[in-house]
Design a protein around this ligand. Structure first.
Ligand code: PMP
Length: 437
């Protein structure tokens, strides 16, 4: 028998978290905006789990849909066969997507959505007789999941360095953010859109007709909330169009209401060719992702020559019944409660409360959009990440869950948060920042 508190067998994701075994922090239950820890404390969820529990925790409609589906049709093979809920969900999803993105390809996570999107891009050019397009361009300080493709196009050097050569033919556009330039801008900065032109320079280094796709997070989340300057995404779209390059938006975080519209594409008025999603699609409850594509991309595979292998890609669990049921119940919850646009309504209040932390010690920048926020702290000399981690620990002790990345605190509460809970969140955070971190 293994003692329930034996922490040895489980090798946690991201082994950098070795610290966990020294001081385990575990949740036992959750409801709406709050977690309960195994030792009975209440913790306000300031991060929607990992940017995913957009409708709040343990929502009865979603829980019930999963329970019912598990008792009715638990699994159906994903290849050449199907079940109605996968189609029903696909139809609901494309109704929310930008005009002309009429098809989804199911995956089981954000990382799988990214690798699927990259493979669709490469295969699409081949299906179109443009097989020379093999280059993929990402952005510095981008996170695109942890599989081979996403790690390669991702812009976090430390995530790549352990693995030697991953995908070749990958470049990264310089990122858009410098705290001293951002200077506590509320919402989107006015300056910096010209940084998109660095894409033109990268493309010019190669034969542009060898570039298959550019992938960006419309708002980079996990690397510290980097808000695109006004006009930046529009400029990327123009450059991609000029060179016949596909534009991929990684909407794993921004999808499903996080910034006040169903997708960032709609919020920014820029339609990508391919869009990756996961997380909020099933309220983070059951793993599922979906890659949206423009109709002409879908049609290139489906209407190509009969002898062409259409798109040799897919997963055992793609669009499985339980995930599909969870997805449908999640979308219904979002729609019944107006959650896909609620971030827009709450954003002015959120912004005001967030920026009221401006004068706390060590705060060097604050950024926000929709219901996302970031507080950048001045690193302790020679000890990067220490200050933010100490803020994380203090907040947790004080009953608030925040996320830190480097010396940046990232916030992304469930979209059901009330104004009183926003006050609670920032009261707690102010206390943490005013303490000796
Ligand atoms: N893309 C983005 C933009 C993400 O933020 C994440 C996860 N934080 C992923 C991809 C990977 O998603 P997953 O962890 O579900 O594989």
């Amino acid at each position: 028998r293994v003692a329930p508190n034996n922490l040895e067998a489980f090798w946690m994701p991201f082994t950098a978290n070795r610290q966990f075994k020294k001081a385990p922090r575990m949740f036992a239950s959750a409801k709406d905006m709050y977690y309960k820890t195994v030792d009975g404390r209440t913790v306000l969820d300031g991060t929607a789990g990992l940017w995913c529990v957009n409708a709040g925790h343990c929502r009865p409609k979603i829980t019930e849909a999963i329970r019912a589906q598990a008792g009715e049709l638990d699994y159906a093979p994903a290849f050449q066969l199907g079940h109605p809920k996968a189609f029903e969900l696909a139809n609901r999803l494309v109704d929310l997507a930008p005009e002309g993105m009429g098809h989804v390809f199911y995956t089981n996570s954000g990382s799988e959505s990214v690798d699927t999107a990259l493979k669709i891009a490469l295969a699409y050019h081949r299906a179109n007789g443009q097989g020379e397009r093999f280059r993929l361009i990402g952005r510095e300080r981008a996170y695109h999941g942890i599989n081979f493709g996403g790690t390669s196009v991702g812009g976090i050097v430390s995530n790549r360095k352990m693995f030697g050569t991953l995908l070749t033919g990958v470049d990264h556009i310089p990122h858009t953010h410098l705290p001293e330039k951002n200077a506590f801008t509320k919402g989107q900065p006015d300056h910096g859109a010209d940084l998109a032109d660095t894409l033109e320079r990268i493309v010019a280094l190669h034969d542009p007709s060898t570039v298959a796709a550019v992938i960006v997070e419309p708002v980079a989340g996990s690397t510290g909330v980097l808000i695109p300057p006004k006009g930046y995404l529009q400029r990327l779209r123009e450059i991609c169009d000029k060179h016949g390059i596909l534009l991929i938006f990684d909407e794993v975080i921004t999808g499903f209401g996080r910034i006040g519209a169903p997708f960032a594409a709609e919020y920014f008025g820029v339609t990508p060719d391919i869009m990756t999603t996961a997380k909020g699609l099933t309220n983070g409850v059951i793993p599922m992702g979906a890659v949206f594509v423009k109709d002409e991309i879908h049609d290139a595979f489906m209407n190509g020559p009969e002898h062409m292998i259409e798109f040799m890609h897919g997963y055992t669990y793609s669009g499985n019944p339980i995930a599909s049921a969870a997805g449908l119940a999640t979308l219904e919850t979002y729609q019944d409660e107006g959650l896909l646009t609620r971030a827009k309504e709450l954003s002015p209040y959120w912004e005001e409360q967030l920026h009221s932390l401006k004068d706390c010690p060590h705060v060097i920048d604050i950024r926000n959009l929709g219901l996302i926020g970031a507080i950048e702290l001045e690193p302790i000399a020679g000890e990067p990440t220490k200050r933010a981690f100490s803020a994380f620990l203090k907040a947790y002790e004080d009953g608030l869950l925040i996320r830190t990345t480097g010396d940046i605190i990232a916030l992304s509460p469930p979209l059901i948060i009330s104004k009183a809970e926003i006050d609670e969140l920032f009261d707690k955070l102010r206390k943490v920042l005013m303490s000796n971190i």
